[in-house]
Ligand binder design. Sequence first.
Ligand SMILES: Cc1cc2nc3c(=O)[nH]c(=O)nc-3n(C[C@H](O)[C@H](O)[C@H](O)COP(=O)(O)O)c2cc1C
Length: 178
Amino acid sequence: MKKVLAFAGSNHSKSIHYQLIETISAQSLMEGVDIHLLDIRSWDIPIYSIDMDPDQTPELITKLIGHIQESDGFIIASPEHNGGTPAFFKNILDWLSRRAKKVFDNKPILLMSTSPGGGGGATNRKFLEHTLPYQGATIAASYGLPSFQQNVVDGKLADDQAVLLQESIAKLQAALNG
Ligand SMILES: Cc1cc2nc3c(=O)[nH]c(=O)nc-3n(C[C@H](O)[C@H](O)[C@H](O)COP(=O)(O)O)c2cc1C
């Protein structure tokens, strides 16, 4: 069975991106795949500096690289802060880029974002679609959910959005099997 690593690039204890990833398992939207939901919300990782090269590496970064290397694909949900990637997640991406060459190794990613408002984090998602391939990512699908609180009630995604998300998941599954 293919292994998919799912995580949200947020350190918010009530992260809506983490909740979005949880809905995939809760609604059984991805069957026949072994999903590993990695909770990184409490990860405290020092801000990367070139001064830490080459011999200071946070243990959690080594752990994350291990999870990435043993996975066949990824579901990554990233918030948008001021039109860009939150410092918490950008810092992790910078660490990964310095400790593993093209860490995602051409494996497929379903990129997701959401927001309380109508934009669904689309500006940052576009940015990540452009930049993650520098780290070896193949973007198999990109899904944005606007107005999280209206579209996810009691942990359940609205039917029309579940259909759209399912289409993105199908693209990820096709890439995993392709
Ligand atoms: C510093 C900051 C900047 C934000 N900037 C944006 C933004 O540019 N676009 C947007 O859609 N939401 C923005 N938001 C709202 C986030 O979408 C919202 O906080 C969301 O809950 C973040 O996802 P998370 O809960 O998974 O961390 C911002 C929030 C913060 C705290």
